[in-house]
Design a protein around this ligand. Structure first.
Ligand code: GDP
Length: 450
C-alpha cells in the first residue's frame, strides 16, 4: 500500500542531492516525485561527478534553451547561413526514428552525448509523442520550437544524407564550415556518417558546427566507451493500472513478448518457449498437473504477472493456465495485460502512450522476462534497474536450449558497434577490448556496458 503513503516523500528524497530543483513544479510532473514509491529503492546512485555535470547542464540549457536571446540569435544565423565561432550555445537536436523503445534509448544516448560535448539537447517529439514525458530541466523547455527553420527537412532522407556528416566531411570543396549537419545514425541508414562518428573522425568539424541534428534508433552510449516524464496523462494510466492490479501482490513478474518473425513463428512456439523458460528457471509458479482443490493452503501469497505484447494470446494462455490449475506451492496468481494493439501503429500518440505505460509498468516488476533484441524491453530494464531473463529470438519452429538466459546487466544492448580499428581496417572485437564492455546475450555482434 505504498501509494497510500504520500508522506513518504521526504524533502530529502524530493530534492535528491540537488537534482530535483525546487524550481520544478511538482504538480506538472507527478511521476518524477512519486515513481520512487512504486519501486524498490535503487542501489544505483549517481556519482558526484555525474551530479555536477547534470547541474552544469541545467544552467547551460537555461542559458541557451528555446525562447532565450541566445536561441533566437543562433536560429537567425542558421536561417541566414552565417556561422558563429564565439557562441557558448551549441545544440544537438534529436529526431525520432522507429518505435518508442528505439526512440527512448536513443534519446538517452543523445543526452549523454550532449553532456559529454556541452551541447543543449532539444527534442522533436511531434504529435505522436505529445504528453508522454515531463519537461526535465527547470525553467526552460527541451522541446524544439515549431518555428525551427529546418524542421520541415528532418523527414527528407535525401536532404539528410546530402547534408550529413559523411558527405560534408568528405566533400573537401566545401571550404566554409556549415552551420548545421545531420548525423544519420539509424541502424539501417547511411553508413558513412556512422563510420566517421563511431571512429572519432571529423571531430574537429563537429565541434565547430552549432546545430547537429541526430537521427538514431539505437542506444549508442557504449560507443563513447569505445572511443578516446511524461505529463500527468501517462502517469495516471500507470498508477491506476498499478494500484488496481499489481500493488497488492506479494510478488510482481513482468513478461514482455515481442514476436519479430510472426510469419514464420507461431504463437504456440513462442508460448512453449515462455513456459520452458519460466518453469525451468522457476521464474513463475508451477501448476499442478491435475485439477485439485487446494484447500490446505490458507495463507496464500499472491503473485501478479503483467504481460505486455501486441498480441493477446500469451496473456490468454497464462490466464487460463493459472485459472484452471492451482499452483504447486499455493500462490494465487493473477495475470494482467493492459492492451493488445495487434500491430505497431506509426504516428499514433495514443498507441505510443500505451507502449510507454507498459514499459513503465514492466519496470516496476520484481522479476522481468523480456524478448531479446527488443528495445521495448531495454527501456523497462533500464528504468527499473533490472537484470532480466532474456528469451532468445525464435525463428521458425526451433526453440533454443536453454530457451532464455539471465542478462549480464541492466544496460541496453548496442546492436551495431564498429567492427574495425578505424585506422587500418583491422578487424576488432568490440566486446573483448574493455572489462566493462561485453557482448550482449541477445545479439552476439552487439556490446553492452556491464
Ligand atoms: P522494438 O522494436 O522491440 O525494439 O521496440 P520499439 O518500442 O522501438 O518498437 C515497437 C513498437 O511496437 C512499440 O513502441 C509499440 O508501439 C509497439 N509495441 C510492441 N510491443 C508492444 C507491447 O507489448 N505493448 C504495446 N502497447 N505496444 C507494443
Amino acid at each position: 500500500n505504498i501509494s497510500s503513503q504520500p508522506n513518504k516523500l521526504t524533502s530529502d528524497f524530493k530534492f535528491l542531492q540537488g537534482l530535483y530543483s525546487p524550481e520544478l513544479d511538482e504538480r506538472s510532473c507527478l511521476s518524477r516525485y512519486q515513481s520512487i514509491l512504486y519501486r524498490k529503492p535503487s542501489t544505483h546512485n549517481p556519482s558526484p561527478y555525474l551530479l555536477s555535470k547534470l547541474l552544469e547542464y541545467e544552467d547551460l540549457h537555461k542559458l541557451c534553451g528555446p525562447y532565450t536571446k541566445a536561441y533566437s540569435k543562433a536560429s537567425k544565423r542558421l536561417k541566414s547561413g552565417t556561422r558563429s565561432t564565439s557562441s557558448k550555445c551549441k545544440y544537438i537536436i534529436w529526431v525520432p526514428a522507429n518505435g518508442l523503445g528505439n526512440r527512448i534509448v536513443s534519446m538517452a544516448a543523445t543526452f549523454l552525448y550532449a553532456l559529454l560535448t556541452n551541447r543543449v539537447l532539444l527534442v522533436d517529439h511531434g504529435t505522436d509523442m505529445a504528453d508522454l514525458f515531463c519537461e526535465p530541466f527547470p525553467n526552460t523547455s527541451w522541446l524544439l520550437p515549431n518555428s525551427f527553420p529546418l524542421k520541415q527537412q528532418f523527414g527528407v532522407t535525401k536532404i539528410r544524407h546530402a547534408h550529413g556528416f559523411g558527405s560534408i566531411a568528405v566533400n573537401m570543396s566545401i571550404k566554409s564550415q556549415p552551420t548545421h549537419l545531420y548525423l544519420n545514425l539509424d541502424h539501417s541508414d547511411y553508413d558513412l556518417d556512422k563510420k566517421l562518428f563511431y571512429c572519432d573522425k571529423g571531430e574537429s568539424l563537429l565541434v565547430k558546427v552549432t546545430w547537429l541534428i541526430l537521427l538514431s534508433d539505437q542506444y549508442f552510449a557504449p560507443s563513447f566507451f569505445l572511443s578516446s516524464s511524461y505529463k500527468e496523462e501517462a502517469w495516471g494510466l500507470i498508477t491506476r493500472f498499478y494500484d488496481a492490479y499489481l500493488a497488492k501482490a506479494d510478488k510482481r513478474a513482468g513478461l514482455q513478448v515481442r514476436v519479430f518473425q510472426a510469419q514464420t513463428t507461431t504463437f504456440q512456439i513462442v508460448m512453449n518457449q515462455i513456459l520452458a523458460c519460466t518453469m525451468n528457471e522457476k521464474i513463475l509458479p508451477e501448476t499442478q498437473t491435475e485439477e485439485s482443490v487446494d484447500s490446505e493452503f490458507r495463507n496464500k501469497t499472491s503473485e501478479a504477472i503483467l504481460v505486455t505484447s501486441l498480441h493477446s494470446e500469451f496473456y490468454e494462455n497464462l490466464k487460463d493456465m493459472y485459472w484452471t490449475r492451482s499452483t504447486v506451492t499455493g500462490e494465487v496468481v493473477g495475470v494482467y495485460q493492459a492492451s493488445h494493439e495487434d500491430y505497431q501503429h506509426f504516428g499514433d500518440n495514443k498507441h505510443n502512450m500505451k507502449a510507454w505505460v507498459e514499459m513503465y509498468l514492466l519496470s516496476m516488476s520484481d522479476v522481468l522476462v523480456t524478448s531479446g533484441f527488443s528495445t521495448f524491453g531495454y527501456v523497462a530494464q533500464g528504468l527499473g534497474g533490472l537484470r532480466p531473463w532474456i528469451l532468445y529470438k525464435t525463428n521458425g519452429k526451433k526453440i533454443r536450449n536453454p530457451p532464455c538466459v539471465r542478462d549480464i546487466s541492466m544496460e541496453p544492448c548496442f546492436h551495431v558497434p564498429k567492427i574495425d580499428n578505424c585506422q587500418d581496417k583491422v578487424k576488432i572485437d568490440a566486446g573483448a577490448l574493455l572489462p566493462y564492455l561485453r557482448h550482449c546475450q541477445d545479439r552476439k555482434e552487439g556490446v553492452k556496458l556491464v
